[in-house]
Design a protein around this ligand. Structure first.
Ligand code: WTA
Length: 652
């Protein structure tokens, strides 16, 4: 484990932004919310759950942690997650409210009310159950960000089955690994989706992923979106629209127990194999809805909310699907990239729909900063009243730009820290209460207990760096790693006794506010997406030309970190082609093996790698090289001339 780097330069420069008075006057979170949560944490969560959700069978027990580290929240209660996100809004008279304003990349649009979305999900649930999907089955969803992705997730949830959404940018290989690990019986995909002005195929990757006769997949449901040609396997492949056209509109949601699994979402860990993070129903939905309502100060009857995440990531699960829909929010979803067909597309969408709450990632903000404020300034962004940030630390400079240029100098910014594993926001300001600070995620949300500790698990003082831990179980915590209980314990619960180890470095400032300092393990954060150094190394060494490879995350002004690879070639390939040509081949290979997001920014072909006497690659030194720094302490290196050799190859 490497030490978190100190970020003194980023720490508190004294700027404070108290909530605007008008904001305080109508704030959703009551002023005494922290005290209420503190006085009785479990009673607080039980109250939230009863208030925010409909329980078919009310729970009597809030938390059972006797099976630690696997928690049971609201264990004897029963609910249906999809009913909570849909039917009850219709039954309570909110059926005409728009749930989704969908904007396709080519410019097509659809506004879907809660009544319509409920009907679509009922039909889809009927389609799935006719095809044999039942509670507990795993269904892979591999779709662009179109309304059908939301419908598919909710239909699976409605049946008590388990979805595993795979981001459309992942390759056939990555898809295959997830299908196999989850032993999925169905894949829901599309012919293709729109991205950067062209159609990217999805069905082709599914065909490749399940070409092997041993696959567990029985059916592939295909949404028509791209209009591109697809190959068809009779008996296995089925058009979504054909089934939906004839499906019954009637479907009664059955109640499932609170701990019924809701989804598995694969994320990168420190080893080569992605882990399937398991989330369940009642606790997850409680915290997703609670945080969505209080952190984003949601006034569901008047706000237009937009979170730019894809449903392939946890942010899309909790803050596009489950949180907003449980709260009856009206939201925008957009299929494409921010710069298609012009670099002002996002701002145009905000103006068009009158978006009031906007949630995105620092990497996007930094990209727009580079393009210049003239672009957003062409649009009317005055509807925005709250901004959110997620995925990586937001540097104060980007924070200030976000506030001034996008938020008109008034909209509060909430910097939200959380993870796939935590399921929902854990650390964030509450915008009607907290005076915000550029660069700090600040305080745990009410009902959450965190700490910053040293290597021995002792609380560090204010101003000192340490490791972030969560000290009490929380409702939306992961319930395990699919099929691997040992890895679950080992990864999160073995560093310190009885506390959850997040893998992030952190520091407390003089006000006790939290500053996140990045990962302390081999996980990289590129544009807010998690990638594992090991996973990319495994992909690189799987290439026939590669003898050895080491990957590091180097600082990058726009993407936060960037993937930099150092590769030693097998001797017969040395000098076989130019380094540029070899680099191109290796980058393409990683794109095929994992997905375009994992392609290294740079591949250095080197003759040696720096190793300790015990044979461990010294990534710290490689990071120095990748970031163009003077190489640090090399005393544990077997052979110091290695660095000279690498530097020569790098600077060639
Ligand atoms: C990082 C995304 C600083 C962190 C929701 C964490 C952040 C990892 C922040 C989880 C933030 C997320 N400030 N760092 N506001 N939000 N991170 O699982 O390193 O894709 O461990 O979940 O992103 O990434 P994941």
């Amino acid at each position: 484990m490497s030490e978190p780097t100190s970020m003194d330069s980023l720490l508190d420069d004294g700027r404070r932004f108290p909530p605007p008075p008008a904001f305080v006057a109508t704030a959703v979170a009551p002023a005494d919310i922290y005290e209420r949560a503190q006085s009785d944490r479990l009673a607080f969560w039980a109250d939230q759950s009863r208030e925010l959700l409909h329980w078919h069978t009310p729970f009597t027990e809030t938390l059972d942690f006797s099976g630690a580290p696997v928690a049971r929240w609201f264990g004897d209660g029963e609910l249906n997650v999809a009913y909570n996100c849909l039917d009850r809004h219709v039954e309570e008279g909110r059926g005409d409210r728009v749930a989704l304003h969908f904007e396709g990349e080519p410019g097509d649009q659809r506004s879907i009310t809660y009544a319509e979305l409920t009907t679509e999900v009922k039909k889809a649930a009927n389609v799935l159950s006719q095809l044999g999907v039942k509670a507990g089955d795993r269904v892979i969803i591999y779709l662009p960000l179109i309304p059908e992705a939301v419908v598919a997730m909710l239909a699976v949830a409605r049946l008590g089955a388990i979805h595993s959404v795979v981001f459309g940018g992942f390759s056939a290989e990555s898809l295959r690994a997830r299908i196999d690990d989850a032993q999925a019986t169905m894949v829901i995909t599309a012919d293709g989706g729109h991205r950067k002005g062209s159609v990217f195929p999805l069905k082709t990757a599914v065909d490749q992923a399940i070409a092997d006769g041993a696959t567990t997949v029985k059916n592939v449901l295909v949404v028509r979106r791209g209009g591109n040609d697809v190959e068809w396997t009779e008996g296995r492949d089925i058009w979504w629209h054909e089934q939906m056209d004839s499906a019954s509109h009637e479907h009664t949601a059955e109640a499932f127990e609170s701990e019924n699994p809701l989804f598995i979402l694969y994320t990168s860990g420190t080893t080569g194999k992605p882990k399937g993070i398991l989330h369940t129903s009642g606790g997850y939905l409680t915290q997703a809805a609670f945080t969505h309502k209080n952190v984003f100060d949601l006034h569901a009857e008047s706000d237009v909310y937009w979170c730019t995440a894809d449903v392939g990531w946890i942010t899309g699960h909790s803050y596009v699907v489950y949180g907003p829909l449980a709260n009856g929010a009206t939201q925008v979803i957009y299929e494409g990239t921010p710069d298609t067909p012009h670099p002002g597309r996002w701002w145009e969408i905000i103006e068009k729909y009158g978006v009031t709450i906007f949630y995105t990632a620092p990497t996007a903000i930094r990209t727009f900063m580079k393009l210049g404020r003239e672009i957003p300034q062409k649009f009317d962004l005055s509807s925005l009243r709250l901004l959110g940030s997620v995925g990586e630390p937001i540097n104060p400079e980007a924070w200030m730009w976000y506030r001034e240029v996008i938020g008109g100098g008034v909209a509060p910014i909430v910097d939200t820290w959380w993870q796939t594993e935590t399921g929902a926001i854990m650390i964030s300001a509450l915008p009607g209460i907290t005076a915000t600070k550029p660069g700090s995620a600040q305080v745990p949300i009410p009902g959450i207990s965190i700490d910053v500790v040293d290597d021995s698990g002792a609380h560090v003082g204010r101003g000192a760096g340490g490791l972030l831990v969560v000290t009490e179980p929380w409702p939306s915590m992961l319930r395990g790693i699919w099929g691997d209980p040992e890895r679950f314990k080992e990864t999160y619960w073995s560093t310190f006794e009885n506390v959850y180890f997040a893998g992030d470095g952190a520091q407390l400032d003089a006000d006790n506010d939290v500053w996140l300092l990045g990962r302390v393990d081999d996980v990289m954060n590129v544009s807010g997406h998690r990638l594992s150094t090991m996973e990319i190394e495994s992909a690189l060494v799987a290439h026939p030309m590669t003898a050895e490879a080491a990957v590091v995350g180097a600082n990058d002004d726009t993407t936060g970190q960037a993937v930099v690879a150092f590769v030693i070639l097998k001797s017969r390939y040395v000098g076989s082609e130019s380094d540029q040509e070899l680099e191109k081949q290796l980058r393409t290979w990683v794109g095929e093996q994992i997905g375009p997001i994992a392609k290294p920014r740079t591949v250095f072909i080197v003759q040696e790698l720096p190793k300790t006497r015990s044979g461990k690659i010294m990534r710290r030194l490689l990071r120095d090289i990748a970031e163009g720094r003077e190489v640090g302490d090399t005393t544990t290196l077997t052979d110091t001339s290695v660095i000279r050799t690498i530097n020569t190859s790098v600077n060639d």
